[in-house]
Design a protein around this ligand. Structure first.
Ligand SMILES: [Zn+2]
Length: 138
């Protein structure tokens, strides 16, 4: 796998703690301290109760395939040896409105189907970056 050549994610103020947890091979989401709702991706204000207080809490790292694409085109030369690859949108088991993205770490993209159970896997790309990827689970 050529993950070492991949472009690095853009980390911003809201997502930095998430990336730090991923670095430790932990998957987290925000939990509103006002109403308790879980949310992802990160944002500063709760959509439900408008609270600005939250904590990062761990999730199991399991979900189901909501959607995906299989990329056959070499858009970036650094990823030429990975084409074709599948990028998944995964609904977390903790909440259907929480979608996480990542590529299919192993397995046949042709076997993907909506609702397929998947689990997160972590790939350490270098000293600073770990990627979340997905694979089918039983
Ligand atoms: Zn809330």
């Amino acid at each position: 796998m050529g993950t070492a050549q991949r472009p690095r994610p853009e980390v911003d103020r809201d997502s930095a703690p998430w990336w730090e947890a991923v670095r430790r091979h932990e998957l987290t989401v925000q939990k509103c301290e006002g109403c308790g709702v879980l949310r992802f991706p990160a944002r500063a204000v709760c959509n439900k109760c408008r609270s600005r207080e939250w904590a990062w809490v761990p999730v199991r790292g399991t979900g189901t395939v909501y959607s995906w694409i299989v990329n056959h085109q070499v858009f970036m030369r650094s990823m030429a040896d990975e084409v074709p690859f599948a990028v998944l949108a995964v609904r977390l088991d903790e909440g259907a409105d929480m979608l996480m993205y990542g590529d299919l770490a192993e397995g046949d993209p042709a076997a993907l189907r909506p609702g397929l159970p998947v689990e997160a896997v972590f790939t350490d790309v270098d000293e600073a970056t770990t990627l979340v990827r997905w694979r089918e689970r039983d």
